[in-house]
Design a protein around this ligand. Structure first.
Ligand code: ADP
Ligand code: MG
Length: 703
């Protein structure tokens, strides 16, 4: 047995019955020895520490006690049937309680002043007294006292697994039995250079220490090693994908900047570009001119001016004889981009079209024709652009706004719209922490707009409780009197949820009562409206015909109404941070001072409180994203759901940024030095890579 050892199916482990093996698969998705060895403890308990009964309180996650059983009792009946053992040490008494297995315990545990037990479990308070439900209990022995491992791993388990003996302890035993196998073997997967450069613990040792640490110091070293390894191989894979794309996919070389760009830049630019806009435009221009296909993420906080950068990039494509398109995730956004761009290029002999699902067949046919003849320069639209009937004469650049709403498959569809894949620019207004970007978009190049256009007043954010609504209404009247417009957003987590919908309608009615016609005009937009109706209401607001826009999160992304200066978010505690930030970004787009009012009930969880405080404290999207990452973990952040790369078993993108940077740099160095990973010292790396990515193109095939 060699490296194949790790990929042994778990049912081949003697003593692990088929039933348990089956449960490990269905409950924890553990199929092989490798999966089980990589199923790390989520915390450790110190089993050398013994508490006294009088020290017990329910803030302790667990306690370990040493004492005697002084009385036992069966209580209750049927469902409430339980076995209670009175446990005592020299400082006091508490109850040990078993609901499950009550009968078995009653037959095996008896009052006995000559027998000492070690008891371990989570204390809870009941009727003013402490008890421990379902504790681990064992007679005192050298094993559990003097020889107890300092740190014992605690594993996640499930009710079904626990019922079959695979609770945390059972899992630990199972792992121990793998490590004890005579043919147990863990190969090193990093090169000697990397190991010595970072002074890493070797792999076999790290796996043993992570499950059965001898002390804190060795545990830390093991953690570091395994985190590094995990992040290194993710980065290696991403960088490989990138280099694969770069070596196999040619791109159109946009060699010149011509009249479209120059005329716009000299005569029609509505304002001086910020330095950040200039810098990223240059990055994009160089990339599109390189002969390689561009795959670039354009990151920038809401309002940082990405649209203009996108347009400049499109003009460069046109100067080189290519058509371009811009794809947006919603109809409202597509409309708005269409209008913005049409306005910007007015009088410049540039043909801009709009294609969305709600357009009539006749309009579509006209668009299709103009695309194929090449008359159409810029096409703006929604998913409708992906359809096979949408054929370009010569598509050279695809801009995708708010990438997280589009899947990889959809991106691939756009690639196929020309003989060589067009350049791709993905715009994201969801600031994400650098660590996440590196992992999520590690195979893309990234341009970041880190500067806001000048003269923006920063938005003032306050948090108000529901009972202050009258004062908030008063403030709204003042703002309307000053000529401003107001958004009020309701959470509609799922458009289908009746309760949410009712909240919205109730809210709308109370607003309509407090702001009666004809003095006030109130519009409403939500996901259950027909696109035309939505568009009509939106347009009324854009034109300033209505004062208040009551809406759901459909207005979250990208909508631009500079005269709107107040954003009121109802039940703000129900929104995530990045969504709150997106919503707030709808105001602060004009010259006036803008406000964001977060309304919430008095009942706030600790997380909810932190989210409100963070919003009040800062306007910086990247800072907010960091807090969001810490609160929710990467899996729940916007745009990360479909990404398997975030399936980390030990590294934590919120905490391990330094390790990530080191691992990424190392991966780059390795690839730069040995692109095919063919040097002998890199054998461990290539072996591990090919084994853990069996369905991928083998590394060796990319050169
Ligand atoms: P986002 O990055 O959120 O897509 P937009 O492209 O919608 O931002 O730009 C936000 C607003 O800022 C728009 O009204 C736009 O006209 C304006 N804007 C963009 N660039 C500049 C600039 N360099 N100077 C002043 N205003 C700008
Ligand atoms: Mg935008």
């Amino acid at each position: 047995m060699s490296a194949g050892f790790l990929y042994t199916p778990i049912e081949q482990l003697k003593g692990l019955w088929a039933l348990r093996a089956g449960l490990l698969k269905t409950e924890l998705r553990i199929f092989t020895f490798n999966d089980l060895l990589r199923f790390y403890p989520f915390r450790y308990v110190d089993r050398t520490k013994f508490y006294k009964v009088k020290e017990v309180n329910d803030t302790l996650a667990y306690v370990q006690l040493r004492g005697k059983i002084v009385g036992t009792q069966m209580l209750g009946e049927k469902r409430t049937l339980r076995f209670v053992a009175k446990f005592m040490d020299e400082t006091g008494k508490l109850d040990l309680v078993w609901f499950q297995g009550a009968k078995w315990f009653s037959e095996n545990i008896h009052p006995d002043m000559n027998k000492e037990y070690v008891v371990f479990g989570k204390p809870t308070e009941f009727n003013g007294k402490y008890n421990i439900a379902h504790p681990e209990i064992e007679p005192v022995s050298d094993e559990n006292t003097t020889l107890a491992p300092a740190l014992q791993g605690v594993y996640n388990s499930t009710a079904k697994l626990s019922a079959r003996g695979l609770d945390s302890k059972g899992i630990s035993k199972t792992i121990k039995s793998i490590i004890a196998l005579p043919y147990y073997r863990i190969d090193e997967c990093l090169s000697p250079e990397i190991i010595s450069q970072f002074q890493l613990m070797n792999r076999a040792e790290a796996i043993r220490q992570i499950h059965f640490p001898q002390n804190m110091e060795l545990l830390k070293k093991a953690e570091f090693r395994l985190k590094f390894e995990e992040l290194f191989f993710i980065q290696l894979k991403l960088l490989k994908q990138k280099s694969l794309r770069e070596t196999t996919t040619r791109g159109y070389a946009f060699s010149k900047v011509g009249d479209y760009f120059n005329n716009f830049y000299s005569n029609h630019l509505p304002f001086e570009l910020t330095n950040a806009q200039k810098r990223v435009t240059k990055e994009i221009r160089i990339d599109m001119g390189s002969g390689k296909q561009m795959n670039r993420l354009l990151q920038g906080d809401v309002g940082s001016g990405k649209t203009l950068v996108a347009l400049l990039s499109m003009l460069i494509a046109m100067d080189n004889g290519f058509q371009t398109c811009l794809m947006a995730p919603t109809e409202i956004l597509a409309n708005q981009h269409f209008q913005t761009i049409s306005e910007l290029v007015k009088g410049q002999d540039i043909n801009v079209g709009l294609l969305t699902g709600s357009k009539k067949t006749k309009h579509r046919r006209m668009i299709h024709e103009q695309l194929q003849s090449g008359e159409m320069h810029i096409l703006v639209g929604t998913h409708a652009l992906l359809e096979d009937v949408v054929i370009f004469k010569n598509l050279g650049l695809v801009v995708i706004d708010e990438q997280h709403r589009f899947g990889v498959a959809q991106r691939a569809k756009m690639w196929a719209k020309n003989t060589q894949p067009p350049h791709v620019l993905i715009m994201s207004a969801t600031p994400i922490p650098r660590t996440l970007a590196m992992t999520l978009y590690g195979d893309l190049d990234v341009s970041t707009i880190d500067e806001m256009p000048p003269g923006r007043k920063s938005i003032q954010t306050v948090h108000r409780f529901d009972n202050h609504r009258d004062r908030v209404f008063g403030f709204m009247r003042e703002q309307i009197a000053l000529g401003r417009q107001i958004y009020i957003v309701y959470p509609l987590i799922k458009e289908s949820e009746k309760m949410d919908y009712k909240d919205l309608m109730d809210g709308y009615e109370s607003i309509a009562r407090a702001f009666p016609m004809p003095q006030y005009q109130v519009s409403i937009v939500h996901g259950q409206m027909k696109p035309e109706a939505k568009d009509y209401e939106m347009q009324r607001f854009v034109k300033g015909e209505t004062h208040i826009m009551v809406a759901t999160t459909v207005i979250e992304v990208g909508v631009n109404v500079p005269n709107a200066s107040v954003m009121i978010i109802e039940s703000a505690e129900r929104f995530g941070l990045s969504q709150l930030h997106q919503l707030r970004g709808r105001v602060g787009r004009g010259a006036e001072q803008s406000y964001c009012i977060l309304m919430s009930s008095h009942k706030l969880s600790a997380d909810g409180r932190l989210r409100m405080d963070t919003m009040v404290r800062t306007n910086d999207g990247f800072e907010i994203a960091e807090v969001d990452l810490k609160l929710r973990g990467p899996g729940d952040l916007a745009g990360t759901t479909q990404s398997g790369v975030l399936d980390l078993s030990i590294a934590d993108l919120a905490k391990d940024s330094q390790i990530l940077y080191a691992a990424r740099n190392m991966a780059m160095e390795v690839i730069a030095d040995d692109p095919n990973l063919s040097k002998p010292e890199n054998f461990p790396i290539i072996n591990h890579y090919n084994q853990s990515n069996p369905n991928q193109t083998n590394w060796s095939r990319i050169s």
